[in-house]
Design a protein. Structure first.
Length: 566
């Protein structure tokens, strides 16, 4: 923790409700509460705009359920977007034609001054519950935004966190105690939007939500419960921040990106704890009646498979281009996302290329901007295997980009077409990358590595999240006899060996390691490995301490290494 810049380690390990800031610190929260109560008391029709990402869906799901809890007969028009546009821009005409008196926009809207002005001119009022750092220009809406509230110190909180704070305030207004039942959705949304786990308030709320999902009841939200149950094996039989981020959020994200409009609406209703039953075709069983949550899970699994297939196909097309033009000779990959590249998964494809080539990647496509100028826009993804630790900052510091918006190593960007030559010129002057760079927290010789050390670090898997990276370790001189080296898994995608009771595991997500395994065992009977990996515990197989190998090298050993029969 100290190495990663955590100053108060005890508070970081044990955040409490005392680290939460009062809701009153938010600008306009009192005005928003009065306005909402006025419309609920007047039986006004309310419009709810659902932003197209995990944070947006969870924000609106919390807000919708709370409105229905306070006043069940309230009519709420829910707007599920068909595309990826944030805020009001793509739904303003539909909203203006509706019969609503109040519009609520969670997780967006701060920059939609023109659209909000139109709504006010039509006689409506608008409440915005946002976290984006945008300066509102002539926006008449009632804006609750942690970035714009000077007394709020938690700038890590995302849209669903701001909604949580608003309904916490409303709990006091209505003298209810409802907010805590939504804490699992709060955790899901903030993890999905990569909220910094350094802030103690955000950390506390996320860990409380994870705690709910870890319980036997799996929290209040029925959709998250069924998703967590289904993904438990993939999550190593343990619910953690990274487990949710790697295995739960992608299911919902794939539906938001690739699902049909009907399935997106079903997803939202499922997230709002609907009790509906729906018919769905099940392989080998024909049509079956199931809960809307089971239906949504199966639909998300389908779009997730489709997204993985399309991402793989697009990445393969780009690999051909990279090889053709020797783009991997540069320290940063800059690729042209042509027509054969899936536009719905630009970030995922860029991430796949960054992993494959172990360097940052910019995946851009030519387009016209609002001023009808030629630009290249797309996604940037950093790599933890290079010396550029904040790729967003690197791009911003070049002064070549029109904008770079998002997280340090996952962001959207745009560069004028006539500046791309300057970008390539800059890259050509940078040192080339011949080998990956690993940022490790400690170095050990295998003989000095013990079970308890690996076990203790492995128990800390609940700590890691955005801005708090799971640590890597460098382990040298690991002796292995080839008869204690195993190729396992149906897809032969895992190589395992053991040393002093510690299991070492090299694993891929699908591609076979058979050739790699053959090369190793043909080198020599006795081998010495050098490993970079993470310490963990295999909760699926007897809680065995293990080193999850990120990378390794091996060489022939002159020493005879014993092995076990059977």
């Amino acid at each position: 923790m100290k190495i990663q810049g955590v100053e108060d380690v005890n508070a970081f390990l044990n955040p409490t409700i005392n680290h939460c800031e009062p809701e009153d610190l938010f600008n306009n929260i009192d005005v928003a509460a009065i306005t909402l109560k006025k419309h609920l008391d007047s039986d006004s029709v309310i419009d709810l705009i659902v932003d197209p990402d995990c944070d947006g869906y969870s924000s609106s799901a919390v807000m919708y359920q709370y409105l229905k809890e306070i006043k069940p007969n309230t009519k709420v028009n829910v707007y599920i977007k068909s595309g990826k546009v944030h805020g009001l821009k793509d739904v303003i005409d539909s909203v203006l034609n509706a019969d609503s008196a109040l519009v609520i926009i969670p997780d967006a809207g701060t920059g939609d001054g023109k659209q909000c002005t139109k709504l006010y001119e039509s006689g409506r009022e608008v409440i915005i519950l946002d976290h984006h750092s945008i300066t509102p220009k002539n926006n008449p809406a009632i804006i609750i935004n942690n970035q714009l509230s000077e007394r709020v110190t938690d700038k890590a909180m995302t849209g669903v966190g701001v909604v949580y704070k608003f309904i916490s305030y409303l709990d006091r207004v209505y003298k209810t105690n409802s907010v805590e039942k939504y804490i699992d959705l709060v955790a899901f949304g903030m993890i999905g939007d990569r909220a910094s786990m350094r802030n103690l308030q955000t950390r506390y709320l996320v860990l409380e939500g994870v705690k709910q999902l870890k319980s036997k009841q799996r929290g209040y939200n029925k959709l998250l419960k069924i998703m967590v149950d289904k993904q438990m094996y993939s999550m190593n039989n343990k619910v953690t921040i990274n487990g949710i981020g790697f295995y739960i959020n992608p299911l919902v994200n794939s539906m938001i990106r690739l699902g049909s409009q009907e399935d997106k609406e079903i997803l939202f209703r499922a997230m709002c704890n609907s009790n509906e039953k729906l018919m769905r075709k099940v392989r080998g069983k024909g049509e079956a009646l199931m809960s809307i949550q089971e239906y949504a899970l199966r639909a998300c699994e389908s779009t997730n498979r489709k997204q993985r297939t399309e991402t793989e196909k697009s990445a393969e097309a780009l690999v051909e281009e990279i090889n053709k033009y020797n783009l991997d000779k540069l320290p940063i990959l800059v690729c042209n996302a042509k027509g054969d590249v899936d536009s719905n998964s630009t970030g995922l494809i860029a991430n796949k290329l960054a992993d494959k080539y172990q360097r940052p990647c910019l995946l851009l496509r030519s387009k016209k901007n609002k001023k009808n100028e030629d630009v290249c826009g797309g996604s940037g993804r950093g790599s933890d295997k290079c010396e550029i630790e904040d790729f967003n900052k690197w791009c911003t510091d070049t002064k070549l980009f029109t904008f770079v918006e998002g997280h340090p190593n996952a962001f959207g960007c745009e560069i004028p077409t006539d500046k791309t030559g300057d970008l390539f010129s800059l890259l050509s002057k940078m040192p080339s990358i011949n080998e990956p760079t690993y940022h490790v927290m400690g170095e050990y010789e295998a003989k000095d590595l013990n079970l308890e050390l690996v076990r203790q670090v492995g128990k800390c898997d609940y700590l890691w999240g955005s801005d708090i990276n799971e640590p890597l370790f460098y382990i040298s001189k690991v002796p292995v006899n080839k008869y204690n080296l195993y190729l396992v898994g149906k897809k032969q995608n895992r190589i395992e060996f053991e040393y002093h009771g510690i299991k070492f595991v090299k694993m891929t997500k699908g591609s076979s390691l058979a050739k790699e395994y053959k090369d190793i065992i043909e080198l020599s009977d006795n081998l010495t490995f050098t490993v970079v990996g993470r310490f963990g515990i295999d909760y699926r197989n007897g809680k065995i301490p293990q080193v999850l190998i990120e990378d390794y090298t091996y060489e022939e050993s002159k020493e005879t290494i014993g092995f076990n029969f059977g």
